[in-house]
Design a protein around this ligand. Structure first.
Ligand code: 5AD
Ligand code: SF4
Length: 437
């Protein structure tokens, strides 16, 4: 028996990519293991979005030196966003000569072939140039039978000036509409309860071939017709491409969750322009107003960057006031990290101490808002999907349609079930509930 262990860094898309890699490995009769000592192959799926991610990954690879030395027959593969940068593969091999295979984000479905070749020849395999689109459809090996990620498009055309993604994931390519619909149908038939459609900017689905694929709202509408008890989520949405048509589809759907992840990145129009985001503060707020007026009980979540080059105290205050105004359910808050080759790399940088101070203020404000928002759930009933178990709380974790997590006491295993719960109490932003049925 041969065993594999995949170590994944980064976003949801990387988690989905790791499932594709697992699919390739299982096809070759490898089995998953959590124990590195049992693993015949370790694959590190890397992230390049911020400097902190890259540092962690380098430490991880360094840590595997002894693992490899103990048994040189073991195979170490490193792939993903970090290795898709031009100079990285050569540098990695220089620093860590014990790496056997390196592949980029656009070589996922060739990973199996690279592995076969390495096993046959024991010669290092390095492939980071994009393959063709057709060869991308590898059957992923999914982890749990509750949530499934479905990629609907690859790459990004937006070139936000801080972001490395367009450089490491290439241009936008939509997946075949029928292929997506059939995959979702199969997943629902196989008992999955929640499908999350993934793309760097799902709102531009179909833009590369509108006659053939239509657009994102049309895709959602078709998926929503599939019969069954399930939920559809999607991420990520670029505010500039979120249309009234999409809002209407969500509002009138049966299965699409009333929850939208809509990164605003900055509350200052001047910074948004420097970020190349192509919308103003006012336009963002207008869209939020429309969403809230049309979609019943909707919640929004967001991403935000502090300390972008040139961000003044006034710009940062605009970010705080936008957060105060919109009241996001959840926010992912980041300190700007300079990325090689991006347009913002050359701009004058904000000092580390200012960045630290600003992120602390922003996190403080969001924590207050999350706690405030939680209160409105108390005393009401919600249908939740039980997605996990929290050993610290000794409770199951259910999630409302709007994306709010709720603790549930239960002696019975209720994982993967839809339950109707009554929210009894709230501690900070944590909610505690009892099952009604
Ligand atoms: N520095 C900090 N945060 C970044 N993001 C993207 N690039 C950077 C960067 N260079 C954040 C954005 C994006 C999220 C996935 O990561 O907020 O929405
Ligand atoms: Fe990066 Fe902007 Fe593309 Fe998102 S839309 S992946 S932030 S370039």
């Amino acid at each position: 028996m041969k065993y594999y262990n995949i170590i994944t860094f980064g976003c949801q898309m990387n988690i989905a990519d790791s499932e594709t890699l697992a699919g390739e490995l299982e096809k070759r009769e490898y089995k998953a293991t959590n124990n590195l000592e049992n693993a015949d192959i370790v694959v590190i799926n890397t992230c390049a979005i911020r400097d902190t991610a890259e540092k962690k990954i380098l430490a991880k690879i360094g840590g595997l030196k002894i693992w490899k030395k103990t048994n040189p027959k073991r195979i170490l593969a490193v792939g993903g966003c970090m290795t898709a940068q031009k100079e990285i593969p050569t540098n990695l091999i220089k620093t860590f000569p014990f790496i056997d295979i390196i592949f980029g984000t656009e070589n996922l479905s060739n990973f199996g072939l690279l592995l076969d070749e390495f096993v046959k020849t024991r010669k290092k395999q390095i492939q980071t140039a994009p393959e063709t689109k057709v060869s991308r459809c590898v059957e992923p090996k999914r982890d749990r039978q509750i949530n499934a990620w479905v990629k609907i498009m690859y790459g990004c055309n937006n070139f936000c000036s801080y972001c490395i993604v367009p450089y490491v994931r290439g241009r936008e390519q939509s997946r075949e509409k029928l292929e997506i619909i059939n995959e979702v149908k199969n997943l629902i038939q196989n008992g999955y309860k929640q499908i999350t459609l993934l793309g760097q900017n799902v709102n531009s689905y179909g833009n590369d071939n509108p006659e053939k694929y239509g657009n994102f709202p049309q895709l959602l509408k078709e998926i929503d017709k599939i019969k069954g008890d399930y939920r559809i989520r999607f991420m990520t949405s670029h505010p500039k491409d979120l249309t009234k048509e999409l809002i209407d589809v969500i509002a009138n759907s049966e299965h699409i969750c009333h929850s939208i992840h809509l990164p605003f990145q900055s509350g200052s129009t001047a910074i948004l322009s420097a970020m190349n985001r192509k919308y103003t503060r006012e336009q963002y707020l207008e869209k939020v107003k429309l969403i809230k007026s049309k979609i019943h009980d909707v919640e929004l979540s967001s991403d935000c960057i502090v300390g972008f080059p040139g961000e003044t105290e006034k710009d940062f205050e605009d970010t705080l006031s936008l957060v105060q105004q919109v009241k996001f359910l959840n926010m992912y808050m980041f300190v700007y990290s300079k990325r090689k080759g991006t347009a913002a790399e050359k701009l004058e940088q904000v000092s580390d101490s200012i960045k630290k101070d600003r992120i602390k203020k922003l996190v403080g404000l969001q924590n207050k808002i999350s706690a405030e928002l939680s209160k409105k759930y108390v005393g009401h009933d919600y249908k939740v999907l039980v997605e996990g178990f929290d050993p610290k709380e000794n409770c199951y974790v259910g999630v409302t349609d709007s994306g709010k997590s709720v603790f549930i006491k239960s002696d019975k295993n209720i994982l993967g079930e839809f339950k109707l719960v009554h929210i009894e109490s709230c501690k900070g932003s944590k909610l505690y509930s009892n099952i009604i049925k």
